[in-house]
Design a protein around this ligand. Structure first.
Ligand code: URA
Length: 248
């Protein structure tokens, strides 16, 4: 458990279509990526009961931690409408979030399972399901405006945990930094304007089945995030007390 474990600045390139500024919410019919629109339309016709639309962020905007995934899985988040919900990757992600105290309620792989996130929010670098789980570079860039807006609207944001290199690179670009200055590495940390980045390999089926990412490796990243968040709270409390702030 968390207590016991010790306890938008860069502009899109000119070729990229810009979403409306400060828009963290994407309409159901976002038109920015023609290939993803066509894929989405095909699945709307085949599975009218599925979400089949951009998947919104999940969790409170006041959270200190933002987790950035890659993109919705076809039969997971694209079907259910909640990030990582119904996706293989969601089992490890939500179990780890639970173990570190970031959830309330039980994850049951459905959007009506009553699960809520505590001090954490989940979003995706690309909000629409891409064919074969592989978004193109221009789709990642098109969706970055929404990632920027998601970051910008979080008043208490202290830590970002991008899952995998693509999420890392898009987050770094959304924060206005060069990828080469902040290279991705599992377990690497970077500081950007008061926000700490904690890199992890993506908790995908491929990575966990091949041992690229083990549960232990994933838990270590979360333990580091929690130590950091706890230390920040401690600093804030100490600063408030030493400046004569009243606590009660
Ligand atoms: N589901 C998501 O929502 N995001 C991912 O990165 C993987 C599965």
């Amino acid at each position: 458990m968390r207590d016991t474990e010790q306890a938008a600045r860069s502009d899109c390139p000119p070729s990229v279509v810009r979403p409306p500024s400060s828009a963290s919410k994407v309409g159901r019919d976002c038109p920015l990526c023609p290939r993803l629109v066509a894929f989405r339309s095909g699945w709307r016709a085949r599975e009218p009961g599925w979400h089949n639309a951009p998947v919104p962020s999940f969790g409170p905007v006041e959270a200190r931690l933002l987790i950035v995934g890659l993109a919705p899985g076809l039969q997971g988040a694209n079907r259910t409408g909640r990030p990582f919900t119904g996706d293989f990757a969601g089992y490890l992600l939500y179990a780890t979030l639970r173990d570190y105290g970031f959830t309330k309620g039980d994850y049951a792989a459905r959007p009506d399972d009553g699960l809520t996130l505590v001090d954490a929010r989940i979003t995706n670098a690309v909000r629409c399901v891409p064919p074969e789980n592989k978004p193109l570079g221009e789709e990642i860039a098109n969706c970055r405006g929404f990632l920027k807006a998601t970051i910008a609207e979080m008043p208490n944001l202290a830590a970002i945990l991008p899952l995998g290199r693509i999420a890392h690179d898009s987050t770094v670009a959304a924060l206005g930094r060069r990828r080469s200055a902040l290279p991705f590495g599992h377990g690497a940390t970077h500081a950007v304007d008061g926000i700490a980045l904690f890199d992890s390999y993506h908790c995908s089926r491929y990575n966990t089945n091949t041992g690229v990412l083990t549960e232990e490796m994933f838990r270590k990243v979360f333990a580091a995030v929690c130590r950091y968040l706890d230390a920040r709270s401690q600093e804030t409390t100490t600063a408030a007390l030493s400046s004569g702030g009243k606590t009660g």
